[in-house]
Write a protein that binds this ligand. Structure first.
Ligand SMILES: [Ca+2]
Length: 131
């Protein structure tokens, strides 16, 4: 872009300068879950297997670091998680969203049945992760 400044004299004088504008992405999009697509989506898992139960997925329409995602389990069966993995029945890979049974949990054998998870995904900004 070229900007021209002109004075109001009889013989108008002017000056020009070239301005380069770099438009950078801002972190203005929150991530959106794509799997599961519904709030009460159900996945079935055979206990005593370490296979991935499901991959939690989300998209973020920003670019670069503004679209970097982090997954975490906020609550398991209504109980808020503290990040102490050994107490959880499930392990969620924070980077790729892979959900597995926590095979090191001694309660796992007695935990057949339906469980509910509250999962959060956050995107990154320069000061840390945000919702
Ligand atoms: Ca974002």
């Amino acid at each position: 872009m070229v900007v021209t400044a002109t004075d109001g004299g009889d013989k108008a004088l002017h000056s020009k300068c070239r301005i380069r504008i770099d438009v950078l992405d801002v972190n203005d999009n929150a991530p959106v879950f794509t799997n599961p697509v519904e709030d009460d989506s159900t996945s079935y898992a055979s206990i005593l297997r370490q296979e991935v139960i499901t991959r939690i997925q989300a998209v973020d329409y920003d670019e670069g670091a503004n679209s970097k995602l982090k997954f975490e389990i906020l609550a398991e069966d209504g109980i808020r998680q503290t990040g102490f993995v050994n107490g959880s029945l499930f392990i969620l890979n924070s980077t790729n969203g892979d959900l597995r049974l926590n095979m090191s949990n001694h309660r796992l054998r007695n935990s057949l049945g339906r469980h509910s998870l509250l999962v959060q995904v956050r995107c990154y900004n320069v000061s840390g992760f945000e919702y």
